[in-house]
Design a protein around this ligand. Structure first.
Ligand code: ADP
Ligand code: MG
Length: 380
């Protein structure tokens, strides 16, 4: 349905989107998740044909957004970050205007506008001026506008930003209902929003896709994701060694719990991802005749996954930028050296001419050498 291939967008020196590739399939709700400045709006503006890419290709139902924008855009309804609503129009007037601009035929106009107003529940405010509506209702008008013409795909850029909690819940419900008849892509910097509304998540950080999966499979991106806290009674060295001998288990720490009896210790264990080691831990403890008082297994929550993924990316990004900077400085230094060498050579070859030239141009200077040096520095 949507194919994005090696998309890159540069704003001057700043690369906002880097070699991004992904596909969107029919009938699902996709979440485009990332911190502020990650490149979400840039990507959405390119996919919807509002912004040119520096490199790469976007196909909407097989139509290239850059080469065949008219056909491609017919498949998409878009609500940009700043909704394009006219404050001095009523929702009805505004939607009639947009429907006409989108090419809805005249005899269908009224029905189409009524359809989207009913779906977004704005019929009651259809004749008020948009500027007098609450932010939640303005956003509904924006979503209604995106639905006009029954596009297969609806793209919403941060649709709940700036809304109060009640409005957020209502808009999320509305988006879920859109998912019944449309393929939806929404962007957000709030993980809980994406996990509440979407089937599938793509996480973007610094213009790069760092994760792409079904919401429930997001944990696969973690290595060593389960940590087990064990409270056990017995010889701590023997217990630690026995636990460490279990395949896939690493003993991270052994510590004394002061509130418990002398031979009660706390063991923090880490297991390979996806390995459930609780049973083997239990059996091992029975084997060696020690008692488990408590066992608590924790998998990393979504919030932690998100932070970890975007942080890791930030680290890589920072390292890359620093390497680039160092290389640039190095290159500059080398160029300077080459220029100096060249200059020194030229001066040596034909020193008299330069000296006399500078003497003429800088009559106040009675020292030829200093004039020469100054001018050399200026050139760099
Ligand atoms: P997001 O929507 O995820 O917050 P954006 O796509 O708006 O991110 O921005 C990505 C990066 O591109 C940011 O570093 C931002 O400062 C930069 N950027 C966005 N728009 C422009 C622009 N018109 N000119 C220059 N830089 C821009
Ligand atoms: Mg944005």
């Amino acid at each position: 349905m949507i194919e994005v291939k090696n998309l890159t967008k540069k704003y001057g020196d700043n690369t906002a989107v880097k070699n991004l590739s992904f596909t969107v399939e029919k009938g699902r709700i996709y979440g485009f998740l990332g911190p502020n400045g990650a490149g979400k709006s840039t990507t959405m503006n390119i996919i919807t044909g509002c912004l040119a890419a520096t490199e790469g290709q976007v196909l909407i139902n097989g139509h290239d957004i850059f080469e065949d924008p008219k056909e491609a855009k017919k498949c998409i309804g878009y609500l940009p970050e700043l909704p394009p609503v006219y404050p001095d129009m009523t929702p009805y007037e505004y939607l009639m205007f947009v429907a006409e601009a989108k090419g809805v035929s005249r005899d269908l106009l009224y029905n189409e506008v009524m359809r989207v107003m009913e779906a977004t529940q704005i019929v009651d405010v259809a004749d008020r001026l948009i500027k007098n509506l609450s932010k939640g209702f303005k956003q509904r008008v924006g979503i209604a506008q995106a639905m006009l013409g029954m596009p297969e795909i609806i793209i919403l850029d941060e649709p709940t930003v700036g809304l109060d909690p009640k409005q957020i819940i209502e808009i999320r419900e509305l988006i879920k209902s859109l998912g019944k008849d449309h393929t939806v892509i929404l962007s957000s910097h709030i993980l809980s929003e994406v996990s509440a509304v979407c089937d599938y998540v793509m996480i973007i950080a610094h213009g790069t896709l760092v994760a792409s999966s079904e919401i429930e499979d997001l944990g696969q991106y973690l290595v060593g994701s389960t940590s087990t806290k064990l409270l056990a009674k017995g010889d701590s060295e023997r217990i630690a060694n026995s636990l460490a001998s279990l395949p896939g288990v690493t003993v991270k720490s052994v510590s004394k719990d002061e509130r418990e009896a002398d031979d009660v210790y706390e063991y923090i264990l880490e297991a390979d991802k996806n390995a459930d080691v609780r049973e083997s831990i239990f059996n091992k403890m029975v084997d060696i005749g020690c008692t488990i008082l408590n066992m608590d297994t924790k998998t990393m929550g979504l919030e932690e996954v998100f932070l970890k993924l975007t942080d890791e990316e930030a680290e890589v990004y920072k390292a890359q930028r620093e390497a680039e900077k160092a290389e640039k400085a190095n290159r500059k230094k080398k160029n300077k050296e080459i220029a100096e060498d060249k200059k020194a050579k030229e001066d040596k070859d034909d020193g008299s001419e330069y000296t006399s030239l500078f003497t003429v141009s800088d009559s106040s200077s009675d020292n030829d050498d200093s004039a020469n040096n100054e001018s050399e520095e200026d050139e760099q």
